[in-house]
Design a protein around this ligand. Structure first.
Ligand code: HEC
Length: 122
């Protein structure tokens, strides 16, 4: 009995450690995130880059970039995607907290071309 229990606990710990349960499926696909938050001159991403967005806008971007990070990129390495999407997520959080330097960090992280050239299929 005791041994079986130790086995069960070990299995759960291993599953967690290997990232099984953390690998949540995104509610929004990359395309949806782009449409909702990035596309166009008046997009949320553009307004954030101009320092014109409210905290509510920034919070919306926190959720969008969290979703983005859960996606798998159509092209390029997972590691590269992770680095880029983590930077976007962190920058959005700092914007929502109105941290100094957050706008510049957002501009750098949200560079469309830097990401598309590596992760978007033509
Ligand atoms: C962290 C990476 C990343 C950044 C930053 C990024 N994009 Fe994207 N974008 C993608 C990927 C990946 C796709 C392709 C999605 C697919 O084909 O499923 C895409 C697709 C798109 C699309 C096409 C959506 C569709 O309906 O097919 C548009 C429009 C777009 N991005 C606009 C932008 C703009 C504008 C910016 C900058 C303000 C930007 N993106 C920044 C990763 C990014």
């Amino acid at each position: 009995m005791k041994l079986a229990r130790i086995f069960a606990v070990t299995a759960v710990v291993l599953a967690l450690a290997s990232g099984c349960s953390i690998h949540a499926k995104p509610d929004k696909k990359t395309k949806d995130v782009m449409e909702e938050g990035f596309k166009g001159k008046e997009s949320l991403a553009a307004r954030l880059a101009q320092g014109q967005a409210s905290s509510a806008d920034a919070l919306k971007m926190v959720e969008l970039t969290r979703q983005l990070a859960l996606n798998v990129p159509p092209k390029g390495t997972h590691q590269g995607w992770r680095t880029k999407t983590d930077a976007l997520y962190a920058a959005a959080i700092n914007l929502s907290a109105k941290k100094p330097g957050a706008v510049d960090a957002w501009k750098a992280a949200s560079n469309c071309k830097d990401c598309h050239s590596v992760h978007k299929k033509d």
